[in-house]
Design a protein around this ligand. Structure first.
Ligand SMILES: [Zn+2]
Ligand SMILES: [Zn+2]
Length: 138
């Protein structure tokens, strides 16, 4: 398998929001919490931790936020046309972008390096050997 080369482009399902990822994420986390199951319409969501300077967004995004289990605010940006989630962030740490990277053109990037909230994981999903796991938030 060849190396992933940056920059990589991402786009929502309708193409109204696009972005460019300039550097590899610090970490890629699969989250198995119930909120992420709803969000992803799947068994878990995938988040790539990236610095705000390493990602350039284009297009108009809508906002939504909710209180997180940690007491922080979990704010979300999404495409107002197709609803595809683009990224999450804590308004108190706006430089820490929690990118929803499944819409990148090179999806090798989304392979999780850690699994969070395995306490709420679906029983049928087995975490691969050798990948870090956390019962709740890492
Ligand atoms: Zn869209
Ligand atoms: Zn979650």
């Amino acid at each position: 398998m060849s190396e992933v080369t940056y920059p990589i482009h991402g786009a929502c399902q309708c193409g109204g929001v696009t972005y460019t990822l300039l550097a590899p994420p610090a970490m890629v986390v699969a989250c198995h919490c119930k909120e992420c199951q709803k969000l992803s319409t799947s068994a878990f969501s995938i988040t790539a931790m990236v610095d705000a300077k390493d990602v350039v967004f284009k297009g108009v995004m809508a906002d939504w936020s909710r209180p997180a289990d940690s007491g922080n605010i979990s704010a979300a940006k999404f495409c107002p046309t197709c609803g595809n989630r683009i990224y999450h962030f804590n308004p108190e740490q706006p430089d820490a972008i929690k990118l929803k990277p499944s819409n990148l053109s090179d999806t090798r990037v989304i392979q999780p390096t850690a699994h969070a909230w395995v306490s709420e994981k679906q029983d049928w999903f087995s975490i691969p050997d050798g990948v870090k796991q956390f019962a709740r938030q890492p």
